[in-house]
Design a protein around this ligand. Sequence first.
Ligand SMILES: Nc1ncnc2c1ncn2[C@@H]1O[C@H](COP(=O)(O)OP(=O)(O)OP(=O)(O)O)[C@@H](O)[C@H]1O
Length: 344
Amino acid sequence: MAPTTGSALAAEHLVKSYSGGRGKPPVRALDGLGFEAASGTVFGLLGPNGAGKSTTMKILSTLARADSGTAFVAGIDVARHPARVRRAIGFVAQKPVSDPMGTGVENLVLAGRLQGMRAGEAKARAAELLDRFGLTEHARRQVKTYSGGMARKLDVAIGLMHRPQVLFLDEPTTGLDPEARAELWLELDRMTAAENLTVLLTTHYLDEADRLADRLAIVDHGHVVTEGTPDELKSGLRGDAIVVELAADGADPFTALGAVQRVDALREVGGDGRTLRARADDGAATLPLALAALEAAGVAVASATVARPSLDDVYLRHTGRTFTRAQESASLQTGAEQLVESAS
Ligand SMILES: Nc1ncnc2c1ncn2[C@@H]1O[C@H](COP(=O)(O)OP(=O)(O)OP(=O)(O)O)[C@@H](O)[C@H]1O
């Protein structure tokens, strides 16, 4: 089926299995995955390791073929016209693509020439991108002397040399320190606005998906479990989280629990030691009621917070486990597979 008009990316019912190797059953990496992303937006695929994000990206960028299902990029069918798709996209892989012995500008110009740009055009575009990513003063240094954040920015610039309509960013900030991540997020914001790009971003960082994506699909076991803007997904959870820490020398937690359970506007009230948790439709309005109930019961409070639901809460709601736990179990599985591999 052709995508909706205005969508730069469209995938429908994608299925892909890999051989499990050595008599093991095949691995079903994608199990009916589908989504659409509007032109000029950043669409995020969020999921723990092994969820199927990279496989989706490989199919959309023509690096792999789906067993079944359809995919369109910039309105072009990836299975029928892979060469046309390749001209329309830029791909920033997890691993660096630049030559560490070359300078920043040499790497960019080479990438442009490989894409068929003339020398003058490639130099002008390289200068423009070096400026956009704040790399102009480092342009003539070898890339091996760059920090992780600078090298990553150069990778993104290389992916943009030929002015693609769609840019694929596979886990762009993995391995960067928090400061470099925050800086790259800012650059990516500016870049999508300036280049009028559609971006497909994969990430296993909840904060990155929240910060960068206009819309998100949460991917688990090869299919999309839920989709929307980060705010839509979080507000779908109905209500803010209220957390109250009781003072160490205050009344006993059972008295405190009983007091807040009597506040009508609070739901899902629970206690864990001296921490009380509850949900409320309007946390800011309900917190004073909870504090008044505690005071009336003679309970001293050390601190109280209201928090909007996080994407971790969204993930928990749709998959039954926290994102951190899913990520840990994926790492454990990978570790176990590596042990089996090295033992056999
Ligand atoms: N070439 C391959 N051969 C066999 N199995 C594969 C291959 N590539 C991926 N897989 C398996 O397919 C599933 C999905 O992998 P994929 O790399 O798409 O997930 P991901 O969400 O991108 O995770 P990561 O962030 O670790 O790359 C995993 O179970 C993975 O082990």
